[in-house]
Design a protein around this ligand. Structure first.
Ligand code: GLN
Length: 274
């Protein structure tokens, strides 16, 4: 049954590709991939023979630089997807803010950056299956008067919040706190810079994803993460809406890696169970 479905999908894609002619005349290159010998389709990638991943390598343990190399959960998942598709993985490091544009413009094949699925982003890109859960948490100094997330919403609150620009931490606190007159949001290009601003007293707290939060708090003394969660979200890969064949191939590969436990093993390697 699965095989039949896969063949039908492959046939549908071949027909769709034939209908598209030469992909609108764009300067794109072709590759073909084989997922577990079941789905053989033709698709184009940003760079010939490569799966190009756009990320912001300042988000441990999902992506960070170690020994001059970008490593982490997302890098390993992308490596496993590339391997399944017979492609070489190339990782392009950029501002978090630029990832969706790179994917939309066809410069990168997939944005993997601990990126949260949101309705706004869905208007710009297609998301793959979700491969992890993220939690927005609040980092404060150990002696902070802020003791729970509720304090940020208390009447008369006036909190300066540090965030990484255009992340969900930025979006939520802008809507919930700044726009409601409960404080202001200071935006930094790196999460680590926001945390440094907290350490030096420029902001009262930082709202950021839980895993990088743990890494930052472990590295800098005098900071802690509040027990209460700000928001729970899903991480997924961002892909172009215009490259359906590649989307199908990458997503099928990712779903197999989720189903066979590979993704869980990668996550567990970087995030030991508590
Ligand atoms: N999960 C957050 C978001 O998608 C932050 C991701 C990041 O900073 N790499 O906005």
């Amino acid at each position: 049954m699965k095989k039949f479905l896969a063949m039908m999908m492959a046939l549908a894609m071949v027909l769709a590709l034939a209908a598209c002619g030469n992909n609108g005349g764009e300067a794109s290159v072709s590759g073909s991939g084989d997922v577990s010998g079941e789905i053989a389709v033709t698709y184009t990638t940003a760079n010939e023979g490569k799966l190009t991943m756009a990320t912001n390598a300042a988000f441990p343990p999902y992506e960070y630089v170690e020994g001059g190399k970008i490593v982490g959960i997302d890098a390993e998942i992308a490596g496993a997807i590339a391997e399944k598709l017979g492609l070489e993985l190339q990782i392009d490091d950029m501002e978090f803010d630029s990832i969706i544009e790179a994917v939309k413009g066809g410069k990168a094949d997939i944005g993997l950056a601990g990126m949260t699925v949101t309705d706004e982003r869905k208007e710009a890109v297609d998301f793959t299956a979700s491969y992890a859960t993220g939690v927005q948490v609040v980092i404060v100094t150990e002696d902070s008067a802020i003791t729970s997330v509720d304090d940020l919403f208390a009447e008369g609150a006036n909190t300066t919040i540090g965030v990484q620009r255009n992340t969900t931490g930025d979006l939520y606190t802008t809507w919930d706190i700044q726009d409601e007159g409960l404080g202001k949001v200071d935006r930094y290009s790196k999460g680590a810079d926001a945390v440094q601003a907290l350490k030096t007293g420029k902001v009262d707290c930082v709202v950021i994803d839980n895993e990088p939060a743990k890494a930052f708090v472990n590295a800098i003394e005098g900071l802690k993460i509040l027990d209460t969660e700000y928001a729970v979200e899903d991480y997924a890969g961002a892909m172009s809406k215009d490259n359906t064949a590649l989307y199908e191939a990458v997503n099928a590969a990712l779903e197999e890696l989720i189903a066979d436990g590979t993704v869980k093993a990668i996550v567990d390697k970087y995030i030991p169970a508590e």
